[in-house]
Design a protein around this ligand. Structure first.
Ligand code: NAD
Length: 489
């Protein structure tokens, strides 16, 4: 199980249905974060590479947009089957390049498959609407059309799920697509392309250009790319949104997060502890829906804190391909260093370090491990509360009432997710009405919506109007034509 599935190789771009060597002379090594072993080198592609992809995607658009919508769906149905048949291999690749444990990786593959399932419903999703009689003998109807060549720029933390938020729906609705995956996790997407080819997707409909910020900038200024989907950190999301929209593009930019979980005194303690542990430390805290802050209300705090520390002490740390490992590495050495400096700053600013993950042992040598870390008595003046750490570091805050908890949570700059643990219907309603976040969870830890609902963060967690997935997704990837027609009878 823990043998490498990939030998070190030099990755190519995928353009017009071919594996094309980049014209660059710059390559970046891609280590397995659990071992430090170099898996591959990824090209930091050039504008020339991007241009080739745009030309191919533009050419493919001319025919793909005319392929009957049910036929586009059939290709996606076939693709969904192929993803199911290859789910174990895909999950293993995710663990190897990202570090999350194998079960979490399998969960991610499943979420990706669900996006393809949703997009396979294109004939229904693409429908417009009509009114036969807007005036005597005059009818009016809305028809939905694709935009053209659209681009997706993705982060390292969900190498499969996040690209699947984008390209299945984009191509199902008749667009062609250029993916710029994270240069830190570039392996899995190449396999996604191979499977699209097996599903008989025509050449040029889906393309991959590996690389870094230069390709992002090339996408943002390219006149033949009318729309860009981005997922990544807050400063880059803001930059992508502002630059893309000022160049006249449609942009959706999903950004960072700092999700709070409120625990009321009537919460089921076993359920609460299990879910918070999973949400705070699962995927090494590298989830935009991770629980970063627990807001303990009233006298539940002491017991909750003790139980969270006890559970963290039992946590297995190591290579996620090994059985029974819960906590894998963070993505890079540099991210580990950044996390350790956040922990140092929490100590300096006066938070109580209840569990210190800085020196935890792992079962794997050479990886970038940080053990579960818990701070108590965190305040809003502290850097560890204000900023997204994106690592297995949990802050605990103590307040007296649900009103205090909601007020505290709403002061965050971010508004991706928020959770509540309680047995009270009144509290659940109060939470739903008053909390300032886009994805709410009640008695569960990670309230990530399924593919047929929008991924609906706001404030500094999202830049744009139409979210990824759900109806918003189809709106984002299509434009409308209104036809008003007079008839002579
Ligand atoms: P990142 O911002 O470093 O990178 C994301 C993408 O942007 C990558 O493809 C990268 O090559 C590119 N990029 C990075 N710096 C750039 C720059 N200066 N100019 C242009 N392009 C640049 O993000 P990451 O570290 O890969 O991913 C983690 C972040 O993504 C976290 O903040 C997390 O919360 C966020 N995220 C958000 C969601 C959501 O739905 N809101 C989902 C997943 C991840």
């Amino acid at each position: 199980m823990n043998k490498l599935a990939v030998k070190k190789k030099t990755l190519s771009n995928y353009i017009d249905g071919q594996w094309v060597k980049s014209t660059t002379d710059k390559y970046l090594e891609v280590p397995n974060p659990a071992t430090g072993e170099i898996l591959a080198e990824v090209p930091i592609s050039t504008q020339e590479d991007l241009e080739k992809a745009v030309v191919a995607a533009k050419k493919a658009f001319a025919t793909w947009k005319k392929v009957a919508v049910p036929q586009r769906s059939r290709i996606l149905f076939k693709y969904q089957q192929l993803l199911i048949e290859n789910r174990e291999e895909l999950a293993k690749l995710i663990t190897i390049e990202n570090g999350k444990n194998y079960n979490e990786a399998l969960g991610e593959v499943q979420r990706g498959i669900e996006c393809v399932e949703f997009a396979s419903g294109a004939p229904t999703l693409m429908m417009g609407y009509q009114l036969p009689d807007i005036a005597t003998n005059i009818e009016s109807g809305m028809y939905r059309y694709p935009l053209g060549v659209v681009a997706g720029i993705t982060p390292f933390n969900f190498p499969m799920m996040v690209p699947c938020w984008m390209f299945p729906l984009a191509i199902a609705s008749g667009n062609t697509f250029i993916l710029k995956p994270s240069e830190r996790t570039p392996l899995l997407v190449n396999r996604l392309a191979e499977l699209l080819e097996e599903a008989e997707l025509p050449k040029g409909v889906f393309n991959i250009v590996h690389g870094a910020h230069d390709i992002v900038n090339g996408i943002l200024s390219h006149p033949d790319i009318p729309a860009v989907s981005f997922v990544g950190s807050q400063p880059v999301a803001e930059y992508v949104y502002k630059t893309g929209t000022s160049n006249g593009k449609r942009v959706q930019a999903l950004a960072g997060a700092k999700n709070h979980t409120i625990v009321l005194p009537d919460a089921d303690m076993d359920l609460t502890v299990t879910n918070i542990i999973n949400a705070a430390f699962g995927s090494a805290g590298e989830r935009c829906m991770a629980c970063a802050v627990v807001v303990a209300v009233g006298d539940i705090a002491d017991e909750l804190v003790t139980r969270l520390v006890d559970e963290s002490n039992k946590m297995t740390i190591g290579n996620g391909l090994e059985e029974d490992i819960f906590l894998g590495p963070v993505i890079r050495d540099s991210h580990k260093d950044k996390t350790l400096s956040y922990i140092d700053s929490g100590v300096k600013e006066g938070a109580t370090l209840l569990r210190d993950g800085r020196d935890d042992n792992s079962s794997s040598e050479g990886g970038y491990f940080v053990g579960p870390t818990i701070f108590d008595h965190v305040t809003q003046e502290m850097k560890i509360w204000k900023e997204e750490i994106f690592a297995p570091v949990l802050s605990i805050v103590r307040v007296e009432t649900i009103e205090d908890a909601i007020e505290f949570t709403n002061k965050s700059d971010f508004a991706n997710g928020a959770c509540l643990f309680t047995d009270s219907a009144k509290a659940i309603r109060q939470f739903r009405e008053e909390i300032d976040a886009g994805m709410l969870g009640v008695n569960l830890g990670v309230p990530a919506p399924m593919a047929f609902f929008p991924f609906s963060g706001y404030k500094k967690s999202f830049y744009g109007d139409l979210h990824a997935n759900g109806r918003d997704g189809i709106e984002f990837y299509t434009r409308k034509k209104m036809v008003t027609a007079r008839h002579s009878y």
